[in-house]
Design a protein around this ligand. Sequence first.
Ligand code: GLY
Length: 332
Amino acid sequence: MKRRNFIKRASLTGLGLAVAPSIISCETEAKTDKKAIAIATPVLPIVVATWNFKNATKAAWKVLEKGGASIDAIEAGCRVEEADLKNTTVGNGGSPDRDGNVTLDACIMNKDGGYGAVVCMENIAHPISVARKVMEETPHVLLAGKGAEQFAVEQGFKRENLLTEASKKAWLKWKEKSEYKPIINIENHDTIGMLAIDKNGDISGGCTTSGMAYKMAGRVGDSAIIGSGLFIDNTIGGATATGMGEEVLKTVGSYLIVELMRQGRTPQEACEEGVKRIVESNPNYQNFQVGYVALNKQGEYGCYCVHGGFGISKYQEGKQTYIKSNAYTKKA
Ligand code: GLY
C-alpha cells in the first residue's frame, strides 16, 4: 500500500474513532478521514456486523477481548442470532419458503483464505458452525440440502424443527394471497454478516440467513456464496452484505468491495461504489434494499446501503456503538 494511503487510513482509527459518540454515521467518518493527517496504530481487536445486532457483537467481543481468534469470535457471534427465535431471517425461527420449509444458508471465511458453506440446509439450527466444519473437516467448500444436513448430523449436530408457531402462522397468512413482495428493511432485515479482527491483526468473517421469506423452494441467496455475501482477504480486509441477495450475487458485491480496497479505496468509498454498481444498472432499485459493511486491516470500517434504515453494530475498545449507514436514496 502507498504510504499516503496508509497514513490516511491509519489516522482514522486513531483519531476519528477515539472521539466517536455511541451513534455515528459512516459518511461522517469518511469526511473525517479526508481531513486527518496524523499516523496512529490500529485499535484492535474490532468486530462489526450488519444491523443493530448488539448481542451478537457482544458475544464476539467476549472472545476477542480474551485474546481469542477472529474465527472463534465470528462463530460465537453468529450463533447468537441463529439461536434467537424472534429473529425471523436467521437460523432457528427463520421464515420458511413458500412450501413451509425453513432452509438456511451460511458461510465462514478464515485468515488463511479458507471458506466453508452450507446452502438450503434444513433442520439444523446452527449453519455457521456446520459451515466451519465443512471448511475444517472436508475436502470441499460448499454442501447443499440433504447432503449438508447429513454431514451436520454425522458431525454431532442434532436435528430439530426450525419452524416456530409464529413463523408458521405468518406463512399461513401469507399463503392466503401468496404475493412475493419482499418489504425493504422488514422481510430481509436481519441477515447477519460479521467481520472481526483479533489482537494478532487477523481477520475472519461469517454470514448466516434463512433467506428471503416465502422464497421459491431451492432458492439460494448471496449470504453463503463466496465473494457475494462475504469475502475476506487477510492482506486487505473483508466485506459482507445484507438485503436482496439476487442483486448482491449479480455484482459479486463483497469481492468487489475488497478488490476496491486493494486498489486504495477506503472501506467507506468501496461500499459506496458497491451500492452504485447495483443501483445504476437497475431501474428497479426503489423496490429492494442492499446494505454493505467493510473492514480493512487497519481497523477502519465503512457502510452504505440503497435505502435509509440500515446500520451496523461495532464493538471496539470495550464499547459498543451503533453506526447509521448513509444511503444512495433516503426514500425507503
Ligand atoms: N441476503 C440474504 C438473502 O438474500 O438470502
